[in-house]
Design a protein around this ligand. Structure first.
Ligand SMILES: [Zn+2]
Length: 306
């Protein structure tokens, strides 16, 4: 997507309802401005909904995250919009940074759809990753988020979302919505748009009782995600977080991808001149290849879904 196209993006990317009682499906995309693929997927979904006019229960709303950053194809302007959603910032109505202002605008949108008007409120927060990755759900283990996440055909990682403070999914969960973060793949990979689109259609099916046969792009617009790009559903939990201290010289061994299998004794990284070897037969998660970050890598293990 070019910058010219992005500039026209309003806060509300789209809204669709058949005026039937039902749930609220609140979809956010581009909370990080360098992750436009969720916005693009929402645009495709709303175009198709307007064309095919299928019946759904309740309403879906697609919301742009960091509009200004999306316009400039930057991750953020002053600070990360996925770290501002703290009780303190929201409680005090802080609007000191650009991101705090956008955060309050998004909250105002949500407040136009009070819980009492719906049978159940759901959220889906669309993201992508800097490195190549299989699509995965990151679920905070509160409310019924985890069982909801297991309606969807891809990897599910528990507990990662719980340890990062100030994320929008924390705010939405604390406000009483059920949902998760979806990481669709690498930022500029076209498969990431397909994965977001497939995920949104499936969320409409699961939450709003959409009959997928009623949309003209089906089955391709769903199956590209569910049958071609996504791995079979597996559930993972964090076993270990390899944190870094200020000034540490950390170099991950080349070639690791998200969810790659690792073995006991395998060399993972060099830190301050010393070898870091795996003490686990498990999977590596979020290996650090960027210059900045406090986490070298995580180790995750596969667990039973329930
Ligand atoms: Zn993101």
């Amino acid at each position: 997507m070019t910058i010219e196209e992005m500039e026209k993006i309003p806060r509300i990317i789209g809204k669709y309802t058949s005026n039937k009682k039902g749930p609220l499906l609140f979809v956010t995309a581009g909370i990080h401005g360098n992750e436009p693929s969720g916005v693009k997927a929402l645009q495709k979904v709303f175009e198709e909904l307007q064309k095919s006019k299928p019946e759904i229960d309740g309403i879906i709303i697609g919301v742009a995250g960091n509009k200004e950053a999306l316009n400039h194809n930057k991750r953020y302007i002053d600070e990360d919009l996925n770290r501002t959603w703290t009780e303190e910032n929201i409680g005090k109505g802080k609007k000191e940074t650009h991101e705090q202002k956008e955060m309050h605008e998004i909250i105002e949108v949500l407040q136009q759809y009070p819980e009492k008007d719906f049978t159940k409120p759901y959220f889906l927060d669309c993201h992508t990753t800097s490195s190549a990755s299989l699509p995965y759900i990151s679920v905070q283990e509160v409310n019924d988020n985890d069982s909801w996440a297991h309606h969807f055909p891809t990897y599910i990682i528990r507990g990662f979302s719980d340890i990062v403070y100030g994320c929008i999914d924390h705010y939405l969960s604390r406000t009483g919505l059920t949902g998760f973060v979806f990481e669709a793949g690498q930022h500029t990979d076209k498969a990431s748009i397909e994965n977001h689109e497939g995920m949104i259609w499936l969320a409409l099916k699961e939450a709003c009782k959409l009959d997928l046969n009623k949309i003209s792009c089906y089955p391709e617009c769903v199956k590209k995600f569910s049958e071609i790009n996504a791995p079979d559903q597996k559930t993972f939990e964090i076993l270990h977080r390899h944190g870094l201290n200020e000034g540490d010289k950390f170099k991950m061994e080349p070639g690791f991808e998200n969810f790659q299998k690792i073995k006991k004794g395998q060399l993972l990284a060099i830190q301050n001149g010393e070898e870091i070897k795996s003490t686990w037969n498990a999977f590596v998660f979020m290996p650090l290849y960027q210059a900045q970050g406090n986490d070298g890598f995580f180790v995750v293990q596969e667990v039973k879904p329930v």
